[in-house]
Write a protein that binds this ligand. Structure first.
Ligand code: AMP
Ligand code: MG
Length: 315
């Protein structure tokens, strides 16, 4: 396919070098990860961090996740504990984010953590972001590469569509395999899931005792806004039928294919459905539909993360 975007680059030695130079100079770029695409900058640089908030139009009270190549590099920024080490061993690199107490000696800018005394850290798996992390001696502050409250991008062109000319370089790493954001887990006291993801409660329970956080987590996670992940048009959840004027998101075999129906997974595979969710939102928007109906999605496994995003998108 011809690349119609002048700011999307394929990954090679030359663009790796260029990307590292951009980050070192306090600028930002779009990077693929296995969850969604990120807008990356140096977490130790005020200039970088300010750019991230500005380009995303992200409210300053919503802290950013800080990304590392491996745990060793995070040691000077956060205080490890036993639960972290257990989960790190089992799931990293991978789609899981840990909230830990900030190390007093950290160089992470306070704007990254919105002034909190905790830091959210992650070890992404995608080979491109890992290649970059390996070449730099600072961690990457990297929220999803979309305008605040909108749909997370799952391809390089999604990022280009979000930011237009406000972003000079986006590395193309193909479609994000997981397609929804990481599981966020608070490890500063009894482990709690703040944002469900593909690594679910059941899977984590095999390693340690964990609960799903109650609603209204104002202090713990200021950024967990009620409205989020939104395609900007009304969404009706748990629908059995739909109005023919509007789009209908389905799963499984029950509903026939037609121009209104968008199937997340014909074989009702919830992991596949999660990976198709944001792509489907964008497709529906591009086609100009004014409303989205969504069938009931089973609330188990990856379905829990899908329903979390749907609920926020519908808010
Ligand atoms: P995003 O960058 O869009 O993937 O979202 C990151 C999520 O992690 C947001 O919901 C933030 O509120 C949350 N987060 C980041 N840092 C912290 C922190 N120190 N404490 C609690 N939640 C955090
Ligand atoms: Mg986001």
């Amino acid at each position: 396919m011809k690349n119609i975007y002048s700011n999307i680059f394929s990954f090679n030695k030359k663009t790796l070098k260029k990307s590292v130079a951009i980050l070192k100079s306090g600028n930002v770029l779009g990077l693929p990860t296995e969850t969604v695409y990120g807008l990356a900058g140096n977490a130790y640089s005020k200039k970088s961090v300010n750019k991230i908030y500005k380009i995303k139009k992200r409210p300053k009270f919503n802290p950013l996740i800080v990304h590392y190549f491996k745990s060793q590099a995070a040691k000077k920024d956060v205080i490890f504990n036993e639960n972290f080490l257990k989960l790190y061993k089992k799931f990293c690199p991978g789609p899981i984010t840990f909230i830990l107490k900030k190390n007093k000696k950290t160089k992470i800018k306070s704007s990254v953590t919105a002034g909190l005394d905790t830091v959210a850290i992650r070890f992404p798996k995608h080979r491109i972001v890992r290649a970059i992390l390996k070449k730099i001696n600072f961690p990457l502050a990297m929220p999803s590469a979309n305008l605040s409250m909108g749909i997370s991008p799952v391809s390089a062109s999604d990022v280009a569509d979000e930011f237009k000319k406000n972003i000079k370089v986006i590395l193309n790493g193909g479609k994000s395999k997981i397609g929804i954001e990481s599981t966020v887990i608070d490890l500063t006291s009894d482990p709690k899931i703040l944002r469900p993801g593909i690594i679910g409660k059941e899977t984590i329970s095999k390693v340690l005792k964990i609960s799903l956080a109650k609603k209204n987590l104002k202090i713990k996670s200021p950024g967990m806004l009620k409205k989020h992940y939104s395609p900007g048009i009304p969404i009706l959840l748990n629908q059995k039928t739909y109005d023919k004027r509007y789009a209908f998101i389905t799963i499984g075999h029950k509903y026939k294919d037609n121009k209104n129906c968008f199937n997340l997974s014909k074989k009702s595979d919830l992991k596949e459905a999660a990976s198709n969710l944001y792509k489907t939102f964008r497709k529906i928007k591009k086609k100009g539909f004014k409303k989205i109906y969504v069938v009931k999605i089973p609330n188990k496994g990856p379905g829990i993360a899908i329903n979390d995003r749907l609920k926020k998108a519908a808010n």
